[in-house]
Design a protein around this ligand. Sequence first.
Ligand code: KIV
Ligand code: ZN
Length: 509
Amino acid sequence: MVDNRIYLFDTTLRDGEQSPGVSLNADEKLEIAQQLSRLGVDIIEAGFPIASPGDFTAVKKIAEQVRGPVIAGLCRAVRTDIDRTWEALKDAESPRIHTFLATSDIHLKHKLQKNREEALQQAVDAVKHAKKYCSDVEFSAEDAFRSDMEFLVQVVEQVIDAGATVVNLPDTVGYAIPEEYGDFIKTIVTRVPNIDRAIIGVHCHDDLGLAVANSLAGIANGARQVECAVNGIGERAGNAALEEIIMALYTRNSFFKKQIKVDYSEIYRTSRLVSSLTGMQVQANKAIVGKNAFIHESGIHQDGVLKERSTYEIMSPELIGIYRSNLVLGKHSGRHAFKEQLAQLGYNLSDDELAKAFISFKEIADKKKEITNDDLEALVKDQVMGIPERFTLTYLHISSGTSIVPTATVKLTIDDMSFEAAATGDGPVDAACHAVDKITDIYGKMHEYKLHAVSGGKDALGEVISRIEINGKQYNGRGLSTDIIEASVKSYINAINKYYFEQKNHTDN
Ligand code: KIV
Ligand code: ZN
């Protein structure tokens, strides 16, 4: 029987986190890993443990707490890296050591200053060393696509002999064209004599916008593991987008004839979670998870869809967890309707979470006539993904205009006590942040600030995602309100809370 199962290897937390400007703390990574496990990916690459103590902690936490998928940790083909990776992974239910070494002449000559023989030996030694710890070992030939084929065939054969169970052949710089990449995988599959003892993986970057197409070409030609990241995030232009790979294999099953095992209804929520925690917004026209992906604008299309959906829709939004509902909540809606609507959106909150979310809902409903599903999702994210709050905004007064110095008065609650400060600044947000600094004695520097309206209308909820540097490290903050200044200050305080709890965890441990 032909084994047509394709294994989904998610690298959002490793390659994805290498996206410029993205930095996730250990709890945020754990949150994403738990969601990836609900989605049902086969392998989660949790990080690169030797890269930093923060990365090590995150991989360790995920290995200890996330059950279901294989948990992989990346390491260079160097003993100390491999040892450290194993240290982080050893409590995983199903651990995998993922070691890599470049094989292209460009990398060997300019980056590693090694000849092919030395590189081959190093790759084999690394796999053998990893194998002492773990039966599941993946070897990646970095820049495989630009490597000499004769040499690559030799490397693949020998790392399999050394015990590699998966051999990954990345297009590291996103240079390949689908047909070429497909042929490249086919050549490896046909020329490596012991190929039946390992799974071939594909890992494509999106520099030419071809990462998904190349990955699919690899799958069509014998690859059985596909490495990808949620929303296509990753180094430079990113990795192949997980949701696009999944939906291409599902929707075009008659073409690919491959099987994957995922809970499709978790796709959209996974995308939203990653976008919100990384602060990387998804472009509106992004396939599968973009805001417009299932919206029909032209009259002809709308007419067609109303008559028969399949005229213009090749996938159903409900399948991936996007629910359209006619029920609009407002300030008179009760707890029951609120709970029902959340359940329809796929959120089953605990009683405590529901009680807290309901209070926020009522506060927002007082200011905003209609609460849409987008509003509800934004609101509920605070309850489901919220970190504990040491500093809570309880009062904000702004005085600002064309010819006065912006001034803010802020009150924060800290451990049930109220503290107040006033400050001026270059603008109202700046003034309020200075006032927050005075109270908390924590001084943040805003590096990035993004404001978007969660839903339409003048009374739309504003969501602010900011990136704040505190003591040399960056933290993402998120704030939600119908008042954009308040949303901005909440976002700033959210980042400060993250910083505070990270420091506290370090001192407590
Ligand atoms: O792009 C790449 O080659 C990689 C490897 C380390 C797997 O990310
Ligand atoms: Zn990569």
